[in-house]
Design a protein around this ligand. Structure first.
Ligand code: ATP
Ligand code: ZN
Ligand code: MG
Length: 302
């Protein structure tokens, strides 16, 4: 029977995810959340030696900072913005009528000062910049956020709403490249211990439009993004579960993040897709966590 069900249907049948009526938006079961929590703790065990400052974000960020980030230039197709009703009683009645008649009630919604966070590291740069010059040893943050991307799909590894945990390094080019190189190693070791097959590859972000193609080519040529790919839904098209990004001085320039000598700071981040990692574990070790290999259980539940 399982063979004939799609992967999302299997996850639902086993009670790990629950449908909400919208592709890419799911409720999580206690077992699913426990796997995420265990993996979250494992990341901390691998990353806490760097003395990172822990920061946890709500799933929204400032629209002003979002505009400054250039996200709408690169990825307008993925962004989610927050609009609210700000009218009077007359507007309210009109809006309710439109909702009732399945009309276009968006005209009664006005843009607010917040948007949905597209990646967990976005809100940390303005916070870091406000603190003044980056100290000589650089900065290291441990961030996490629910993230939103408008990419509805029946593929459970492509959610609209998912958690991203990241380590973010801010400093000299040498400091941030050293950080990324060490996480390329650590990230693979961590996933190898969890017994999943993997492959590291150069990657690019899905920049929008024709200029986007050039940006993507440039990103690949300069090896700015690597992904750790694990087969989850399809053997022949593995899923990016971790990514390792070097932004050069791009974000430092946007937020005026400066070194003490006035040079623009460089930044890099390693991102863990929490749901994707959990899904990769269910894919390779089965839907029953009690029956997972002893070595994997010992690492996650010790
Ligand atoms: P993909 O190429 O598969 O779209 P991405 O390049 O967009 O991935 P990043 O922007 O690097 O991914 O995001 C960091 C991490 O967040 C990814 O490595 C992945 O694990 C996770 N992630 C990204 N998009 C999604 C999504 N739609 N659903 C669940 N997890 C995601
Ligand atoms: Zn990041
Ligand atoms: Mg993507």
């Amino acid at each position: 029977m399982e063979q004939s069900l799609s992967y999302i249907d299997q996850l639902v049948a086993h009670g790990l995810l629950m449908e909400t009526g919208v592709d890419g938006v799911y409720a999580r079961s206690a077992v699913f959340e426990d796997v995420i929590a265990r993996f979250d703790a494992l990341i901390t065990a691998y990353g806490s030696d760097g003395g990172a400052e822990v920061v946890r974000f709500p799933p929204q960020m400032s629209r002003e900072e979002f505009e400054r980030s250039g996200y709408m230039k690169g990825f307008p197709q993925l962004a989610g913005t927050v609009h609210c009703f700000m009218g009077d009683e007359h507007d309210h009645h009109d809006m309710l009528d439109l909702i009732e008649s399945k009309g276009d009630w968006a005209k009664h919604q006005k843009q607010t000062e917040i948007v949905l966070t597209p990646a967990a590291c976005y809100p940390i740069y303005p916070i870091a910049a406000k603190r003044g010059a980056v100290p000589p040893e650089g900065l290291l943050f441990d961030v996490m956020s629910y993230c939103f991307r408008h990419e509805p799909s029946r593929d459970p590894t492509r959610m609209q709403s998912f958690r991203m945990r990241e380590y973010v390094r801010i400093g000299t080019p040498e400091q941030v490249l050293e950080f990324r190189a060490s996480w390329l190693e650590k990230g693979q070791n961590l996933m190898r211990k969890l017994g999943v097959p993997m492959k590291l590859d150069i990657a690019n972000d899905p920049f929008f439009g024709r200029t986007g193609k050039m940006l993507a080519n440039n990103q690949r040529e300069q090896e700015l993004k690597f992904e750790l790919l694990i087969p989850v839904v399809r053997e022949d098209r593995p899923t990016a579960c971790l990514s390792f990004n070097y932004h050069q001085d791009h974000l430092g320039g946007l937020w005026k993040l400066k070194q003490e000598d006035g040079e623009t700071a460089h930044t890099a981040c390693v991102a863990f897709g929490m749901e994707r990692v959990a899904l990769s574990l269910f894919r390779h070790h089965g839907f029953n966590v009690q029956a997972w290999p002893k070595s994997v259980r010992e690492i996650l539940w010790s």
